[in-house]
Each structure stands twice: as structure tokens, then as C-alpha cells.
Design a protein around this ligand. Structure first.
Ligand code: BV8
Length: 230
């Protein structure tokens, strides 16, 4: 890493977990585990058919127990461990593979499959098994008002101020395994560039925003990321 790099922001998307066996959002059939995004990842979808939405997330939470972090997650955890400057890993992913690989300086801007949110008392809490419509809030005990703690389309992502601050301070912004299809994450590269940071993309194929990056490397994250980190 060049020695004028002190502060790094890394953004990951579904592509970083693909080699662990988790589906990406925009696969060849455009469906996401057999669903259209607007049918399962919006507050309106949850209000319209909570069973369908719970079923979608319960299946993904269950799948999570059968997969492991891959070489890209592990390389990012090594970087986290050894990097002396500021480092923030912002993931769009709701899986827990970065944590399980050992990343500490991490935030989930779109929530987490392993978290629940009670609409009665507004508590958020860990959740591992199926949630379904009858789930009971461990805080207030209310049943039937627990939702996945996931940021759906039209909802505000988590910790945007913290992310913005890190983007303005960083010398290097790295985007890994994301299509650049969804905002505000897809705009982070511009914020970083305007702040004078160098920008690098690593993706299986050029993303929608590749032209915005100083450098764009194409290939599987499981190869590109360890080669960059080590
Ligand atoms: C917001 C959690 C405002 C869900 C996700 C109209 C109405 C409402 C909103 C909008 C609108 N028009 C635009 C918007 C904004 C909207 C948006 O951007 N829409 C898009 C479709 C145009 N954004 C939002 O709604 C956001 N909120 O704007 O709020 C607001 C302001 C104030 C107050 C209130 C609200 C919220 C968006 C978050 C939605 N939730 N995820 C869940 O997981 O179930 S989005 C989801 O898709 C991901 O989290 C990610 O963010 C996004 C893109 O997915 P990727 O991770 O990039 O995955 P994808 O499959 O697309 O690409 C994978 C890439 O990996 C590919 O490029 C592939 O080539 C590559 N790859 C594959 N294998 C590998 C690989 N790379 C390397 N190695 C490999 N092996």
C-alpha cells in the first residue's frame, strides 16, 4: 500500500459473499432467491404480505448457518487487524461473514439478518432462528410485531453520518463486489473522490460506476482481495 495512505474506507456488496455460496441480488435471472426485489424488500411488501417477507428472510438466515467466510472476508479481517491508520469497512450485506472472519471496524449500512426489530418498543436484538409472524420481542414481550432489522428500499440506511465523515477523511476508497445499482452506497465513490481520495474497484465485472474509479480490477474477490491486502 502506498505510504501516503493512512485512512481507508472499504465498501462491500453481495459479490464478496458469492464465493461463500450466498446468492447475489442481480443474478442472471434477475430474481433474488426467486423473488422480485419489490415483492420482498420494501416496507409496503411487508405490510402487504408479512408471511412472504418473513419467509424470504427466514430462508436466508437459515442458509447463513451453512456457509463460511471466504478468502476475501479473511483478507479484509487481516487488514483490519494490522492496519495502523483509520479503517472502516462499510458493508451493504446483511450476512455476518465479515464478523465471523474477524473484522472489527465494520458497520452494516443495510442492517443484519441476525438482528430483529420490535415495532412496539423499537428495541433491536440478536435473532438466529426463524422469525415469522408470531415472533415475540425479548424486550417488551409483544408477539407479532417483530420485523427483520433490514433496511428496505425507501428506508434510511444506518449510520450515514459516520459513513460520510469517514469518506471525507479517507485517502483510499475501495469498493468490492457491488454492482453500484443502489444509492446512497453507489454514490460513495464520488464523495471519496471529491475529498481527494484515490479510488479502487474490485469486481467480477465492471460495475455501473466503474468509470468513476481511478482503477478497476476485474476478477473474483477471493483472488483479488488477498492479492491486494497481502
Ligand atoms: C434511500 C438490504 C432515502 C435488503 C438493500 C424510488 C423510491 C424509493 C427509493 C428510491 C427510488 N429510486 C431510487 C431510490 C433510492 C433507492 C435505490 O437506490 N434504488 C435503486 C434500485 C435505483 N435506495 C434506497 O431506497 C435506499 N434508501 O434511498 O432512502 C431516504 C432518505 C431519507 C429518509 C428515508 C429514506 C435504501 C436501499 C437499501 C435497500 N436494501 N439490501 C436485503 O439484503 O434483503 S439493497 C441491496 O442491493 C444490497 O444491500 C446493495 O445495497 C444493493 C446492490 O446489491 P449488491 O450488493 O451490489 O449486489 P448485486 O447482486 O447488485 O451485485 C453483485 C456484484 O458482485 C455484481 O456486480 C457482480 O458482478 C459481483 N460479483 C459476483 N460474484 C463476485 C462478484 N464480485 C467479486 N467476486 C465475486 N465472486
Amino acid at each position: 500500500m502506498a505510504d501516503d495512505i493512512h485512512n481507508i474506507v472499504i465498501l462491500t456488496g453481495a459479490g464478496v459473499s458469492a464465493e461463500s455460496g450466498l446468492a447475489t441480488f442481480r443474478g442472471p435471472d434477475g430474481l433474488w432467491e426467486g423473488h422480485r426485489v419489490e415483492d420482498v424488500a420494501t416496507p409496503e411488501a411487508f405490510a402487504r404480505d408479512p408471511d412472504l417477507v418473513h419467509g424470504f428472510y427466514d430462508a436466508r438466515r437459515e442458509k447463513l448457518r451453512t456457509v463460511e467466510p471466504n478468502a476475501a472476508h479473511k483478507a479484509l479481517a487481516r487488514l483490519d487487524e494490522q492496519w495502523p491508520g483509520e479503517l472502516l469497512l462499510v458493508t451493504q450485506n446483511v450476512d455476518d461473514l465479515h464478523e465471523r472472519a474477524g473484522s472489527k471496524r465494520l458497520l452494516h449500512m443495510h442492517g443484519e439478518l441476525t438482528s430483529g426489530w420490535c415495532l412496539r418498543c423499537n428495541e433491536r436484538f440478536g435473532w438466529s432462528g426463524p422469525m415469522g409472524m408470531s415472533a415475540e420481542c425479548p424486550g417488551c414481550g409483544t408477539a407479532g410485531l417483530v420485523r427483520p432489522d433490514i433496511v428496505w428500499f425507501g428506508e434510511m440506511p444506518y449510520e450515514m453520518e459516520r459513513i460520510d465523515e469517514a469518506l471525507r477523511r479517507c485517502d483510499l476508497f475501495v469498493s468490492i463486489g457491488t454492482s453500484g445499482a443502489v444509492y446512497p452506497a453507489a454514490g460513495f465513490v464520488q464523495t471519496a473522490s471529491y475529498s481527494g481520495a484515490r479510488t479502487l474497484e474490485m469486481n467480477l465485472e465492471p460495475s455501473l460506476g466503474s468509470f468513476l474509479f481511478d482503477e478497476s480490477r476485474t476478477g473474483p474477490a477471493g483472488e483479488l482481495v488477498p492479492a491486494w491486502v497481502d
